[in-house]
Design a protein around this ligand. Structure first.
Ligand code: CMC
Length: 423
């Protein structure tokens, strides 16, 4: 048996044999045999768009690793900033490297006063914080014109630090704006997650000190969300980055992708769904409606995981720890019952639909006091590290501009008719 695939063009009888390498075949070889014949794969479900050494995801076996480290070990022992370093640099930092990394990020958390005062405050009072985040990220490219020097290692490093550092500041600022509260400046004496919580919730106290259980829960959630290989937003980052746009513009595109309910907006949909179900008595009815195709079971199913999403297991545990501090959330009981009923039902089992990362994350965020509009923002903060790791990798791979082809299905050529001659 040879590890290869042979494709024959039956019109000409010509064949080409292509090796199967690392689970893939190089489709570029095929175009030599079949110029002008395209592989039709509209949602890229059978396409490997990149070679990547960042995140390993084995959906059949429920495995997720960053740079070889199991997600369970990282969630147990690490912090978001350490994981961000790992994703971007490929190795865990030494103590000296870590101290320097944390110092640089801590000292880049402030945003330009014009961004805050003139730009962010210009949004309508009920603007969705994700819309504010997308626009503010794009606007940052105008404040850092040096970001265009994407092949200058110093400039790249500076933009990476700025983006990771400023995301929580913009995120919290978007929330404060939407509730009419004054902006809270970053507190450099706090760690990354505590500082974010301080910017979110500080009122009149001289020094905001969040509950350590909630800080740890946020660290875990940020670690779990930091990367997920070639997902929709990361693909957007790589595609826009492949045009050599600056990283702020590319991150704004990635954040826009994350805004969608099929991606970063799913945990918001879970909370709405649990609220609409309202009580344990309505769970069976809801499952019936899902099976009839009337509604989706939000937070269930995944393009890649065909087994329990390992992130969901960790998040479920974290949810219990958070509820110890914040008090019981009745929606958790509905979620648990939904999970129990679904996992015993052939509709879900035969389609390999299991809880994904979003099934429990919204419950934690809600218990911590975040509005549902902030949920995708809370996803975007840590995913920035993953986006940037992929952006760097893509640039270093000497990639060509992303430019798929299409199968044209429109009209044949026709003559232009003046407006008064059209029926
Ligand atoms: N509820 C009910 N049925 C479902 C669900 C669901 N949540 N997800 C998939 N199915 C069914 C679907 O109807 C189809 O059935 P059939 O074969 O009879 O037509 C089958 O399962 C395959 O579904 P699909 O839509 O082809 O799967 P996909 O890979 O295109 O979609 C998904 C993946 C995540 C968009 C989808 O499962 C979904 O909409 N889930 C709910 C939203 C959600 O939780 N999204 C968060 C994803 S995790 C966060 C992230 O990584 O971004």
């Amino acid at each position: 048996m040879t590890d290869s695939v042979t494709i024959t063009d039956n019109r000409t009888g010509e064949s080409i044999e292509i090796p199967i390498d690392n689970g893939g075949v190089d489709a570029r070889q095929w175009s030599k045999l079949l110029p002008g014949t395209w592989f039709f794969d509209p949602s890229f479900s059978t396409t490997a768009a990149a070679e990547s050494a960042i995140t390993e995801l084995d959906g059949e076996n429920g495995i997720l690793r960053y740079r070889g480290y199991p997600i369970e070990d990282l969630a147990e022992n690490s912090t978001y900033l350490e994981v961000a370093y790992l994703l971007i640099h490929g190795e865990l930092p030494t103590q000296t490297q870590f101290d320097e990394w944390v110092h640089e990020i801590t000292y880049h958390t402030f945003i330009h006063e014009n961004v805050r005062k003139r730009f962010m405050e210009g949004f309508h009072h009920d603007a969705h914080p994700m819309g504010i985040l997308v626009s503010t990220l794009a606007a940052l490219s105008t404040f850092y014109p040096d970001a265009k020097n994407i092949f200058d290692p110093d400039s790249r490093h500076k933009q990476i630090i700025r983006l990771i550092a400023k995301m929580p500041t913009i995120a919290a600022g978007a929330h404060r704006h939407s509730v009419g509260m004054p902006f809270v400046y970053p507190d450099n004496s706090l760690d990354f997650c505590s500082n974010f919580l301080s910017m979110m919730w500080k009122v009149a106290e001289p020094h905001y000190q969040p509950d350590p259980v909630l800080v740890r829960a946020l660290e875990v959630l940020f670690i779990l969300h930091a990367d997920h290989e070639q997902n929709c937003s990361t693909t957007a980052m790589r595609v826009v980055g492949s045009a050599h746009a600056d990283p702020y513009s590319a991150a704004a595109a990635a954040t826009s992708a994350l805004y969608g309910p099929r991606h970063g907006g799913a945990n918001e949909a879970v909370i709405r769904m649990l609220g609409a179900i309202g009580s344990l008595d309505n769970v069976d009815d809801y499952i019936k409606r899902v099976k009839a195709g009337e509604v989706r079971l939000q937070g269930f199913g995944h393009r890649v995981y065909k087994n329990y999403d390992p992130r969901a297991t960790i998040i479920k545990r974290t949810a219990y720890e958070v509820f110890e501090v914040t008090g019981h959330n009745d929606l958790l009981d509905i979620a648990l019952k939904l999970e129990e009923v679904a996992l015993a039902d052939d509709y879900f089992v035969s389609r390999k639909l299991y809880p994904n990362v979003d099934f429990y994350s919204g419950l934690i965020y809600q218990a911590m006091g975040f509005s549902t509009e902030m949920f995708p923002v809370l996803f975007a903060i840590p995913r920035t590290a993953g986006w940037l790791a992929h952006w760097l990798e893509m640039l270093d791979q000497d990639s060509r501009i992303a430019r798929p082809r299409q199968l044209y299905t429109g009209p044949e050529v026709r003559a232009y008719a003046p407006i008064d001659a059209r029926s």
